[in-house]
Design a protein around this ligand. Structure first.
Ligand SMILES: [Zn+2]
Length: 240
């Protein structure tokens, strides 16, 4: 099931109080419209009925799709420095729900994509990469090469790219992401020829030797190289 609750949300622009439904757990098989909302960058986005401001509520959620074998955790981007903690919590949740779940499901456990993500853009990206039949580790390695090869990215302080989708001719479409932006900057489109991806994918078994920080357990992201993700979560810190 998708667990939905009604929440009162204050508009940051005009302070009006809005009521909206927020999900803690999103089951894409039961609620395909929520998957569509995520892909359209509209999940937990509400248009203020008073001033029209589009506000996004950034809250943790678990995204599960049993048809596509996806088990994806999402926590706000501000939690990135506690990445290791969230990665371990997600693996624990997966083990309880799937590996130790009903026998029929447990038998399929190794088919699942299990990933921790930080913010809905990253969650959206994992779903979009899988839908395009691409391997996320190869996409992250491709981003590293694209960013390193183009001085414009460094000049503009672009930290990574966000995969948006495939063009009809097979090119990969990305949007640049700035460090402080919560969303990829839709509009500044970057394309990569499919053969560049295929070249990276051909090396998929050695990508982690080349860029060891690119993945750890369920956390696969070029941004891992930009952040220390090992800070203990507040709950883990000893009381002082
Ligand atoms: Zn408003």
């Amino acid at each position: 099931m998708s667990i939905q609750e009604r929440h009162v949300i204050a508009c940051p622009a005009c302070q009006a109080e809005l009521e909206g439904q927020l999900v803690d757990s999103l089951n894409a098989r039961r609620h395909p419209h929520l998957r569509e909302a995520l892909l359209a960058r509209r999940l937990h986005v509400f248009d203020c009925t008073v001033c029209g401001h589009a506000l996004e509520v950034d809250k943790p959620l678990l995204y599960v799709d049993f048809d596509r074998f996806q088990f994806l955790g999402c926590v706000p981007g501000t939690e990135r420095r506690h990445g290791r903690h969230h990665a371990e919590a997600l693996v624990g949740a997966f083990d309880r729900a799937v590996r130790s779940g009903p026998a029929e499901l447990a038998a399929q456990a190794d088919r699942f994509l299990v990933r921790i993500t930080f913010g809905y853009e990253e969650l959206r990206e994992k779903v979009a990469i899988d839908a395009a039949g691409l391997y996320d580790l190869a996409v992250e390695a491709l981003k590293a090469r694209l960013v390193a090869a183009e001085p414009w990215f460094q000049r503009e302080e672009v930290v990574t790219l966000s995969f948006d989708g495939l063009e009809d001719d097979g090119r990969l479409r990305f949007y640049p992401t700035w460090l402080l932006a919560r969303r990829a900057s839709v509009g500044h489109t970057v394309w990569a020829q499919r053969r560049l991806y295929d070249d990276v994918f051909a090396e998929h078994e050695t990508l982690l030797d080349q860029l060891p920080g690119l993945a750890s357990g369920p956390h696969v992201s070029l941004l891992r190289l930009a952040f220390d993700t090992t800070a203990p979560s507040p709950q883990e810190r000893p009381a002082s």
